[in-house]
Design a protein around this ligand. Structure first.
Ligand code: N01
Length: 547
């Protein structure tokens, strides 16, 4: 019965839904759409599932959210049977987990690997999307769902002589599966963002010499990783209901205790003691279990920033190196703060040199290394840890054309415009999981929430025999303005001058505007839930006949 109905409603469709990407988002979406009885295909450019955790295999790669909430919550059985081994799981462990999910829920049969989507074009008459792939396929679908990830489009700067280096070159986000042997090698690393900060201590252990080329010093919080014992694991498993309840209520999607305390509520001595406790607890606890105004009030932020600067001066023995590693002129949080594992300590090693390429920029890559305006450096291996065209980059890399042939890339030239990060006016039935202007928070809960919203939206269309939906221009403008307004209440936009991907300013020529929502993941979820409850207010519906 259902089969006949499907054929009548969708005679020209290859699949009712096509999901692009088989990481956390794509797999969660596939599972839900299958549950609804839709025909679904997931197209994935990589040769395996896992998204970020498939690609980013550089040494030291691991999460900086704690394992017990950086995971899916949808299946109690999965939560019970999976045993996290560390506070912050390593890339191999995350990749094993996501592959386990693919097997456990029999997802692989609908996932097509090594297939990159090149274009997606909307047809107004049939309300369908036509996708073309690098494998030569043309596929027609009704619902086009981007699960391409928040931070997935590599940024490899166009250095003069970029391809002239005769040694080995690796980009952190496209790391070879067989690994890289640094033993006895002279290594150069360009970049000191989260990827480099994780990789540098590991590379330093093996390299004969490591030269780190730093443009902007980062504020690096100590992660303080540790193995998880059986007792702690069992405790977490028993308390999962409480974990997810707290996650849902937290502005960054983490089950951490809100302190209800501001920096200047307490004396300078108490400030120090509280910051010290956060610093010792490690990772994002320094932000979320200390002072609530740290990311809002520039003066409060300066107290937290200065505390970190003091730690750097204490850890790094050479004063000149410590000074070079010390971030100045922008607030903690102005760039996305990374969590380190012995990062600053690595600069006490004899085989590690830090080079300031802010003062003396890189002028070219040479056959033997690179040149800056001040000196020439030689190495055997060059590691580019130069980041990503985050949030909008993966979408811009596909030629997406909506109604009237308008390209998404062109529409977003002056900055992304979305409604709730989930879609954009003029692009009916394009649903984006963790799109631009969605919360910057612990990703898996946001992904599951977005997947739930999209599932509800598609269900609404099918139940009401509606061909397509898209955000209204008014709703999109409101949301875009709201993301700007809330960001302006925080210190994050102050990172615009130090190449922050939050602001698009790490990519030359990209619009410099806040790319993410800082109004709280919890508030965002409430808002989305209300939109669903109110019959998808803010959306326009197309009642034209289905293809
Ligand atoms: O990238 P980045 P990333 N000349 O953009 C430098 C997530 N993540 O891959 O700061 C010289 O942070 C650039 O210098 P500057 C996380 O959200 C999470 O490290 O622009 N240098 C910078 O130092 C993170 O924020 C984890 O002045 C150049 C570096 O390259 C996001 O991914 C782990 C340059 C790029 O740093 C991106 O992190 C890893 C040039 N022309 C990543 N161009 C977890 O722990 C760029 N740089 C979960």
């Amino acid at each position: 019965m259902a089969k006949t109905e499907k054929v009548e409603r969708s005679p020209k469709l290859d699949y009712e839904a096509i999901v692009v990407g088989a990481g956390f988002s794509g797999m969660a979406m596939l599972r839900k759409l299958r549950e609804m009885g839709l025909s679904v295909r997931v197209l994935e450019a990589a040769n395996g599932v896992g998204g970020t955790w498939h690609w980013n295999r550089y040494p030291g790669a691991r999460t900086d959210c704690e394992s017990w909430y950086y995971c899916y919550s949808f299946s109690k059985e999965l939560l019970d049977e999976w045993n996290w081994t560390e506070r912050y799981p390593s890339q191999p462990e995350m990749n094993r987990y996501l592959n386990h999910v693919a097997d456990r829920f029999d997802l692989r049969r609908d996932i097509q690997l090594e297939t990159r989507v090149l274009s997606a074009v909307y047809d107004d008459k049939s309300n369908t999307w036509t996708l073309k792939t690098n494998t030569g396929e043309t596929l027609v679908t009704r619902y086009f769902i981007s699960a391409m990830g928040f931070i997935s489009q590599p940024n490899i700067p166009n250095f003069k002589g970029r391809d002239s280096f005769k040694g080995e070159t690796y980009f952190t986000g496209l790391w070879p599966h067989e690994g890289v042997d640094f033993k006895g090698k002279r290594v150069g690393v360009i970049g000191t963002g989260a990827s480099a900060i994780q990789a540098i201590p590991f590379i330093a252990q093996d390299a004969s010499h490591l030269t780190v080329f730093q443009r902007t010093p980062n504020y690096v919080m100590p992660a303080r990783n540790h193995p998880l014992g059986e007792e702690q694991r069992e405790y977490i498993k028993k308390n999962y209901d409480d974990v997810w309840k707290k996650v849902r209520q937290h502005s960054f999607g983490m089950p951490l205790e809100v302190q209800n305390r501001n920096t200047f509520d307490v004396s300078p001595e108490e400030q120090r003691a509280i910051l010290e406790k956060g610093w010792q607890s490690g990772g994002f606890r320094y932000v979320f279990e200390t002072f609530d105004d740290m990311m809002m009030d520039p003066k409060a932020n300066e107290v937290a920033s200065e505390f970190i600067r003091e730690q750097i001066r204490q850890i790094v023995k050479d004063p000149a190196t410590a000074e070079m590693l010390t971030p100045k002129g922008y607030p903690f949080g102005g760039k996305r703060p990374p969590a380190g594992h012995g990062y600053y300590e690595t600069f006490n090693r004899d085989n590690v040199t830090l080079v300031d390429v802010q003062a003396n920029p890189i002028t070219e890559i040479t056959p033997t290394g690179l040149k800056t305006t001040a000196a020439e450096y030689e190495f055997d291996i060059l590691v580019l840890a130069t980041g990503f065209d985050a949030v909008t980059g993966a979408l811009a890399n596909v030629d997406i054309r909506g109604r009237d042939g308008i390209a998404l890339k062109d529409k977003w030239q002056d900055g992304a415009k979305t409604y709730l990060g989930l879609g954009s006016a003029g692009f009916p039935n394009l649903f984006i999981i963790i799109g631009p202007q969605s919360p910057f928070a612990n990703m898996p809960p946001s992904i599951e929430h977005n997947v739930g919203f999209i599932t509800n939206a598609i269900d609404h269309l099918r139940q009401n025999n509606i061909a397509a939906m898209e955000p209204s221009t008014a709703a999109e403008e409101d949301w875009t303005q709201h993301t700007i307004d809330v960001a302006n209440m925080t210190v994050m936009p102050l990172g615009v001058n130090v190449n922050s991907w939050f602001m698009g300013s790490n990519i030359p020529g990209k619009a410099q505007i806040i790319n993410v929502y800082f109004g709280g993941a919890n508030n965002y979820y409430d808002r989305c839930d209300l939109v669903v409850k109110n019959g998808f207010e803010g959306y326009n519906f197309h009642h034209s006949p289905a293809a």
